[in-house]
Design a protein around this ligand. Structure first.
Ligand SMILES: O=C[C@H](O)COP(=O)(O)O
Length: 260
């Protein structure tokens, strides 16, 4: 039995302004109770413009919800128009920073070197990376999905020490299952999540491999979460569309009450 605390993280993507963010976090705080937070870590990942409002609410009401950003700059500061630094996110008490999401890789041409630089930037500011890996449809059809995902993991972890790697969160998100309603089967999720854990043991050691939480992401809903969470190497979910619906996200956080 793993001692890893499950993590359910809601990636809001480019949805909800800061007022809507407050309303959603309030609804979640009202719906979830201490028993839920004892069992599961619940994180929200709002757009940058919402973070200060979320911080104020979480601090003011002493909520057990944690939060983070959807990206960060690899740079420390200076003339990088439009970028947000790790120091800025740390100042807002962010716990997490998503790095290498497939939408960043696809629309902003983020490659493994940049992803690695961002992982290192996150650690410089004590932010926990939620490192996303996963294959597109063509790679899956060729049967190269494991090699592809392991390659992205290797690339992201260059120059990352075992001590740092222990705290990373890895999210396996098959691109063909994101926002498509096409969910990978629990066995598909386990196949890659298990391979990622084996690779962590090869890159570091079994202590690191058994400490790291590996999430699944891609069309997660209350109706499919239980089967996914029943897999031995899946420690949570990175939820997109369903995370901006308070009732649905609450049910996902209560995955152990959902039918498998
Ligand atoms: O970060 C979340 C993933 O991209 C999954 O998004 P989705 O749940 O809308 O498929």
């Amino acid at each position: 039995m793993s001692t890893r605390k499950p993590l359910i993280a809601g990636n809001w993507k480019m949805n909800l302004n800061h007022l809507e963010a407050i309303a959603l976090v309030q609804k979640l705080a009202f719906a979830l109770n201490d028993k839920d937070f004892d069992r599961v870590e619940v994180a929200v990942l709002p757009p940058f413009t919402d973070l200060r409002s979320v911080q104020t609410l979480v601090d003011g009401d002493k909520l057990r919800i944690v939060y983070g950003a959807q990206d960060l700059s690899q740079h420390e500061g200076g003339a990088y128009t439009g970028e947000i630094s790790g120091a800025m996110l740390a100042k807002l008490n962010c716990t997490y920073a998503v790095i290498g999401h497939s939408e960043r890789r696809q629309y902003h041409r983020e490659e493994d070197d940049l992803v690695n630089a961002k992982v290192r930037a996150a650690y410089r500011h004590s932010l926990t990376p939620i490192l996303c890996v996963g294959e597109g449809l063509e790679v899956r059809q060729e049967g190269a999905h494991i090699a592809h995902s392991l390659g992205q993991l290797d690339g992201a972890l260059r120059k990352i020490t075992a001590e740092q790697a222990k705290s990373i969160v890895v999210a396996y998100e098959p691109v063909w299952a994101i926002g498509t309603g096409e969910v990978a089967t629990p066995e598909d999720a386990q196949e890659v999540c298990g391979a990622l854990r084996v690779r962590l043991a090869e890159l570091y050691d079994t202590e690191v491999a058994s400490a790291v939480r590996i999430l699944y992401g891609g069309s997660v809903k209350s109706g499919n979460i239980a089967g996914i969470m029943a897999q031995p190497d899946v420690d949570g979910a990175l939820v997109g569309g369903a995370s901006i619906d308070a009732a649905e996200f609450t049910k996902i956080c209560r995955f152990s009450d959902m039918p498998g």
